[in-house]
Design a protein around this ligand. Structure first.
Ligand code: BGC
Length: 762
């Protein structure tokens, strides 16, 4: 009996070890790699762990030289950010014809929201709440990128963020872990499909593991400090979801976690990622993240490289730390051969799964490069996805849609601007091919109305800021006339119109990496233009381009209609015109809270109640948790977004208000389209755990459905709720549900909900 127990225990240990999981995957693959590794020298194995940037596209500060020589010497495992099939083929040729063991290279790229056909920035995409469309956008991105030689993308970025000062909020899906998890899964599925070996799928890389979106003060690359219970409940879920969806790789983040940078954090990379979540792919660092640990103050390059490998990191992006120090560290007993072997094996496995050993040129097909990229079909889909991502924030007196509105004055620095349509991280795109709002409106309107246009002001008037946001090759385009002259011209033009469309907002490089802002207002010079336009007395629609939630308190009070369009990609102008003119009824809902002012940040819907909450609807009360000078309310809450039609919610009905154990109940509500237009509404389910062993959020999103209704139509929308939806990590980090009272809430945003209570016992 004892013998049997030992055998079972041993078997369990082997089964749970990551190495086993890799081997168990595919015996043929395992055999192949064991065979190959038996021929590799130590230097060649270490070479596989090296990922230099060799490209046309600069996404960081350092760049490696002598790439060709290094490839022939077997010192490179992959390259990234090279554009075009011909260049990639040349590099691959050097590897498979010039190096001793002919091991093919991985070719990665930041294909973040489309390749050449660019979709809305991820924050915008998330506002569609449409998993099919999001998956489709990733599928098309993979199709185009793989046709141009790429087999690996550094996406999805799934960092939860509650801080719009952080420019990289534009790259993620907002503040909610549940929605973020659904999107993470959809993206991985879109990129990888069900077979990584096909030549039109690419390997996903979930990033930035972990907690990068929680950096202090919203300042990029800053410190993170967080309790474990918060990590597990509020920040980890989307990474975990992407891993469970089969993401082939994970990227470590720049920030520290519990005092140890993620890139050297064994608890994170081995205990959480591999042991708890069962991840079997490989981990790559972020750009120079190993080297940066010397600045974090963890030791010299040899020391930090050793720490990183021992933590469970497999591939070094750009730092040359593994390449230049691991041989020495092995000789000094600071790392083991098994650790190097394991990292090498994981990278070779990725190459095997991508089919590169079978055919190193699998992704280098000139015909595909010529016929499958930036096709009119892909652009049509991008147009419809873009229209789903815009969010109508305000629409007094039904100014929108612009029907029979006579002459339109299109005013603003983003009115006739192609450079800033695709947003951040559209590194493969040619911005000259984007559709500006002016072009989109003109082609949609034809001869039905006339459009007058004026720039009115620059995006920013501050030339230092302007030079900072133009560095990635997307000039904001300055007009050198004075602000007064430009505004005067715009006012003259606008006076001749029946309605003014003000195209305002950020330049695309005002958000994204290294683009934090301490002031999230519309630039002052644009506000001045807006005031001058409002003073004319004609209806004004503000079309707002932005990569983050802005503080729009003044605009909300003074501008009758606001349409938030993010940076919606190649087809931006066409898609925005579709919405402005009513061809598409907007249905986007915010996935990140818009604060009233920057001082409220972090402001998010799923906060805790505290011991001194304010009574519902109240503002200031002494000795309560609030501010003297602003209410606790957001300007626009999570989940918010208007439609041209009107949706009404009936009463919320639960199938039972007393439940025991592992049963399911339903929550149903009647949704009626009582307005004039057909439209879609994202119906949202929230739950509050009213009594817990630890404090619980005031509400958490647990489900949503996007419902299309014709004008006048009604439908009963039903959610099924099981104890799964009630689970959370408790103070022992155990994932379970606790019996007691729960509030079930359903509505069209996180604030306006119908609510009912339920008692769920074990
Ligand atoms: C960014 C990553 C990106 C990498 C490669 C880094 O600076 O943080 O998101 O994937 O560069 O371009």
């Amino acid at each position: 009996m004892r013998g049997l127990t030992i055998v079972i225990m041993l078997f369990t240990v082997i089964l749970c070890s990551p190495l086993y999981a890799q081997k168990a995957d595919d015996p043929k693959m395992n055999q192949f790699i064991t065979n190959l590794m038996s021929k590799m020298t130590l230097e060649e194995k270490i070479g596989q762990l090296n990922l230099p940037a060799a490209g046309d596209i600069i996404t960081g500060q350092a760049a490696s030289s002598d790439i060709g020589k290094k490839i022939t010497e077997g010192k490179v495992g992959g390259l990234f950010n090279i554009k075009s099939v011909s260049k990639i083929r040349n590099f691959q040729k050097v590897a498979v014809e010039g190096s001793r063991l002919k091991i093919p290279l991985l070719f990665g790229m930041d294909v973040i929201h489309g390749y050449q056909t660019v979709f809305p920035i991820p924050l915008g995409l998330s506002c569609s709440w449409d998993m099919k469309l999001i998956e489709q956008s990733a599928r098309i991105a993979a199709q185009e990128a793989s046709a141009d030689g790429i087999c690996w993308t550094f996406s999805p970025m799934v960092d939860i963020s509650r801080d719009p000062r952080w420019g990289r909020m534009s790259e993620g899906s907002g503040e909610d872990p549940y929605l973020g998890s659904q999107i993470a899964k959809a993206m991985v599925k879109g990129y990888q499909s069900d077979d990584l070996g096909k030549n039109n799928t690419i390997m996903a890389c979930v990033k930035h593991f972990a907690l990068y979106g929680a950096i202090e003060a919203g300042r990029d690359y800053n410190t993170v400090d967080m309790s474990r219970i918060r990590m597990y409940n509020e920040y980890f879920p989307p990474y975990k979801a992407a891993v469970e969806a089969g993401a082939g790789s994970v990227m470590s983040s720049f920030n520290e976690i519990d005092g140890i940078p993620a890139t050297a954090n064994k608890w994170l990379m081995t205990d959480v990622l591999r042991k708890q979540w069962g991840f079997t792919g490989f981990v790559v660092t972020d750009y120079t993240a190993i080297k940066e640990m010397t600045d974090h103050g963890l030791g010299d390059l040899q020391e930090v490289s050793g720490q990183s490998l021992r933590a469970g990191v497999d591939m070094d992006m750009v730092a040359d730390g593994f390449l230049t120090t691991l041989t020495k560290s092995l000789a000094e007993g600071k790392v083991t051969k098994a650790q190097i072997d394991l990292a090498c094996r994981r990278i070779l496995e990725a190459k095997y799964k991508l089919g590169l050993f079978e055919d190193p040129y699998r992704y280098c097909d000139d015909h595909r490069a010529q016929t499958e990229i930036f096709t009119s079909e892909n652009r049509e889909i991008a147009r419809s996805i873009a229209a789903q991502s815009v969010v109508l924030l305000k629409n007094d007196n039904e100014i929108l849609p612009l029907k029979n509105k006579g002459t339109i004055a299109l005013i603003g620095p983003l009115a006739d601007n192609k450079e800033n349509m695709t947003g951040t991280w559209s590194v493969a795109a040619e911005f000259s091919k984007s559709v500006s709002l002016l072009t989109g409106l003109k082609s949609a309107i034809g001869n039905d109305a006339s459009i007058l246009v004026a720039r009115g002001t620059n995006i920013v008037n501050d030339s230092i800021l302007d030079s900072r946001i133009s560095i990635f090759g997307k000039p904001t385009y300055r007009d050198n006339r004075s602000q007064a002259a430009m505004i005067a011209e715009a006012v003259e033009v606008a006076k001749k119109s029946d309605v003014i469309v003000a195209a305002l907002g950020e330049a695309s490089e005002m958000s994204g990496e290294s683009s934090s802002r301490s002031d999230i207002n519309l630039p002052e010079n644009q506000k001045e233009l807006l005031k001058a336009l409002l003073a004319i007395g004609k209806p004004v629609v503000m079309v707002l381009f932005t990569g983050r939630p802005l503080s729009l308190t003044w605009e909300n009070e003074n501008v009758p209609a606001i349409l938030n369009v993010w940076f919606s990609g190649t087809e931006a102008g066409n898609a925005i015109a579709d919405v402005l003119l009513g061809k598409v009824n907007p249905s986007g809902k915010l996935t990140a809270t818009f604060p009233q002012n920057v001082g409220q940040i972090p402001l998010y819907y799923n906060h805790k109640n505290t011991g001194r909450p304010l009574p519902e609807g109240a503002w200031f009360q002494k000795f309560r948790s609030n501010y003297l000078d602003v209410s606790n309310e957001p300007l626009y809450p999570f989940g918010y977004g208007l439609s041209y039609t009107k949706f009404e919610y009936g009463d919320l009905k639960l199938s039972s208000s007393q439940v025991k154990g592992n049963q399911a109940i339903t929550a149903s509500i009647t949704l009626t389209n009582s307005g004039k237009y057909d439209g879609s509404e994202v119906v949202q389910l929230y739950i509050r755990d009213l009594v817990g062993s630890v404090t619980r959020p005031v509400k958490e999103l647990k489900g949503f459905q996007k419902i299309a209704l014709k004008a006048g139509e009604s439908k009963t929308v039903t959610f099924t709720i099981t104890p799964e939806e009630l689970k959370f990590y408790n103070s022992d980090l155990k994932y379970d549900w606790e019996p007691g009272e729960f509030a079930i809430m359903v509505g069209g945003n996180s604030k306006d909900v119908k609510s009912a209570k339920i008692n769920w016992i074990k």
